[in-house]
Design a protein around this ligand. Structure first.
Ligand code: GLN
Length: 203
């Protein structure tokens, strides 16, 4: 232990499993509600949040995950996973659902079409050393946060509206962690390490 699950109905599951495995924890894909019973924490990968929403409902995973989160299970979401953890999603599909683990409003595809994907350094509060080499792929930003949410990182960058402004891209709320970017794609394990620490603490 700990055993960390990776939501595996859609997204870059393998990259998260390998990051977690490198840190010496047992990482297991979660596709069925029963598989959730054995995990001490859950990662929701990057991918496509509308598809994750739909598949998690179709496969009966949505409510069990929401319940575990409400009971305090640590969760980490990258990109689409961040969207899945939000309480409010802007520019989503009308039927799109999210777990509401973090009281925040996120905007999908917020950095605009001309910059669908980009890389930028992001300093994350509480993580030592170099800023993250952060990879953003049709990424969301956090448009606003509730009172108890800790902002861990922001970038100054033009959004869909064309205006350059600081935008929140990493947050923590209790046992929930979310980033707009994909540390699982760059081999930088520091965010996974932070998350595994959160899982150990909760276990
Ligand atoms: N744009 C995607 C969504 O809305 C997220 C992209 C990603 O995870 N790289 O779900």
């Amino acid at each position: 232990r700990p055993v960390v699950g990776v939501f595996a109905l859609q997204g870059d599951v393998r990259e998260h499993v390998s990051a977690l495995t490198s840190l010496g924890v047992t990482a297991v894909p979660v596709r069925r509600p029963g598989e959730l019973d054995d995990v001490d924490g859950l990662v929701i990968p990057g991918g496509e949040s509308t598809t994750m929403s739909k598949l998690s409902i179709d496969f009966g995973l949505f409510d069990p995950i929401a319940k575990r989160i409400a009971d305090g299970m640590p969760v980490y979401g990258s990109c689409a996973g961040m969207i899945m953890l939000a309480s409010t999603v802007l520019d989503g599909r009308p039927d799109q659902r999210s777990f509401g683990a973090i009281p925040m409003t996120v905007r999908r595809n917020a950095f605009g079409r001309q910059v669908d994907s980009f890389e930028a350094p992001v300093a994350v509060a509480g993580i030592e050393g170099e800023p993250f080499h952060a990879v953003f792929i049709r990424a969301p930003w956090v448009e606003s946060v509730g009172d108890e949410v800790t902002v861990l990182g922001s970038i100054e960058r033009a959004g869909v509206d064309g205006a350059v402004a600081p935008h929140i891209v990493a947050v923590r709320h209790g046992a929930a962690l979310a980033t707009s970017f994909h540390p699982e794609l760059t081999g930088d394990l520091r965010l996974h390490e932070l998350f595994v620490g959160m899982v150990r603490e909760a276990a």
